[in-house]
Design a protein around this ligand. Structure first.
Ligand code: HEC
Length: 108
C-alpha cells in the first residue's frame, strides 16, 4: 500500500510538471478559444480586435504590456471597467494561450 501511494504521488508530480512545461491547450481547445476571442471578446474589442467598447487587442497595441498582467486581466477582469473576469470559463493555461495568440495576431 505504501509503495502504491508513493507511486501515485510521483505520478501526480510528474504529470503536474508536464502540465506546467507544456501548458498549451490541445488543438480542439485552441479552436474554441479562437472562436471565443472573435465572438465573445470581439463583442467589446471588435471581431478583428481593432477595438470598440474595449481597447484594441492587436499585436502592436499589446507588445509593450507585461504578458502576465494581461493573463491576470483576462482571468480576473478589471474591476470598475466593463472588462469582465473569465476565470471559471478559462483556465490559467487557456488565458496564457489566448494572450500569446493575441500577441502573434493569430486568427486575424
Ligand atoms: C463587456 C466588454 C468586454 C468583453 C466581453 C471583454 N473585454 Fe477585455 N476589456 C474591456 C475593457 C473596457 C477594457 C479596458 C479596461 C481598462 O480600462 O483598464 C478591457 C481590457 C482588456 C485587456 C487589457 C488591454 C490593455 O491594453 O491593457 C485585455 C488583454 C483584454 N481586455 C482581453 C479580453 C479578452 C481576451 C476577452 C475575452 C475572453 C475580453 N477582453 C472580453 C471590455 C471587455
Amino acid at each position: 500500500m505504501k509503495q502504491y501511494c508513493y507511486k501515485t504521488l510521483v505520478f501526480c508530480m510528474l504529470t503536474g510538471m508536464a502540465a506546467s512545461v507544456h501548458p498549451a491547450p490541445d488543438a480542439d481547445r485552441q479552436a474554441e478559444l479562437l472562436y471565443l476571442l472573435k465572438h465573445d471578446c470581439g463583442s467589446c474589442h471588435g471581431m478583428t480586435r481593432k477595438g470598440g467598447l474595449g481597447p484594441p487587442l492587436l499585436p502592436e497595441n499589446l507588445s509593450d504590456r507585461p504578458p502576465q498582467l494581461m493573463v491576470n486581466t483576462v482571468l480576473d477582469g478589471r474591476p470598475g471597467t466593463p472588462m469582465p473576469p473569465w476565470r471559471g470559463e478559462l483556465s490559467e493555461q487557456d488565458a496564457q494561450w489566448l494572450v500569446e495568440a493575441m500577441l502573434r495576431g493569430e486568427g486575424l
